[in-house]
Design a protein around this ligand. Structure first.
Ligand SMILES: Nc1nc2c(ncn2[C@@H]2O[C@H](COP(=O)(O)OP(=O)(O)OP(=O)(O)O)[C@@H](O)[C@H]2O)c(=O)[nH]1
Ligand SMILES: [Zn+2]
Length: 205
């Protein structure tokens, strides 16, 4: 049971091994705490630089992977299925590259298969692979769509992302409740108005 903690619902949740954090990274967090106006040496903040650094390795885990790898295993036997495949309202978390503030949102990813389909969880994996980096929402949207387009050779790809940016809601213009929507349409979803309307309707727009 060493590597696992028992979760409340009875599932076993893997506890990743704690990574070492270089002293200069911890020192940078201490500097930030001091600059924010607090004392990094008080008891409650002593382990914070370590936790912050480890948290950032999680937030930025996408840099450790090439999301296109998730699309390398595809299936051909789908009984002649030739309609839209949609994974709708996938929740994701990212961080804005301007303020390192959270971006919390959901994405819908659809494609019209060519010859092959992919396991649906892989679309969510692609999203998280790009989201767990420093991002702007426009680039996140484009990267997800381009990745599906380039790796599945489908007839069309549609990605719609809706997100709230903490750099707007918790600072700066301080405007909570605002959602930013971005989309990227490729192939038939870009060229054919009916296909575009169909996929947007399936997504609930
Ligand atoms: N287009 C786009 N803008 C973003 C995204 N994330 C954050 N921003 C915006 O990036 C802009 C950065 O503006 P700057 O003027 O350089 O920074 P700032 O002085 O902190 O701006 P304020 O946020 O208005 O206080 C802000 O308007 C943010 O709201 C994103 O994903 N896409
Ligand atoms: Zn920001």
């Amino acid at each position: 049971m060493d590597e696992f903690d028992s979760a409340e619902d009875g599932d076993l949740v893997a506890q990743p091994p704690k990574i070492d954090v270089p002293e200069d990274v911890q020192a940078a967090v201490r500097t930030l705490i001091r600059w924010a106006g607090d004392d990094p040496c008080r008891e409650g903040l002593l382990d914070t630089p370590l936790r912050v650094a480890r948290a950032w390795k999680e937030y930025a885990k996408g840099y450790e992977e090439d999301p296109s790898h998730h699309l390398s295993r595809t299936f051909e036997e789908v009984g002649g299925y030739d309609e839209i495949v949609l994974l709708k309202d996938i929740p994701f978390q990212s961080h804005c590259e301007h303020h390192l503030a959270p971006i919390i949102g959901k994405a819908s990813i659809a494609y019209l298969p060519g010859e092959r389909v992919v396991g649906i969880s892989k679309l969510a994996r692609v999203l998280h692979g790009f989201a767990r980096r420093l991002q702007v929402q426009e680039r996140l949207t484009a990267q997800v769509a381009d990745c599906v387009w380039e790796n599945l050779n489908p007839e069309g790809v549609a990605v719609v992302v809706e997100a709230s940016h903490a750099c707007m809601t918790a600072r700066g213009v301080n405007t909570p409740g605002v959602l930013m929507t971005t989309s990227r349409m490729m192939g038939v979803f870009r060229t054919d108005e009916r296909s575009r309307r169909e996929v947007l309707a399936l997504m609930g727009y």
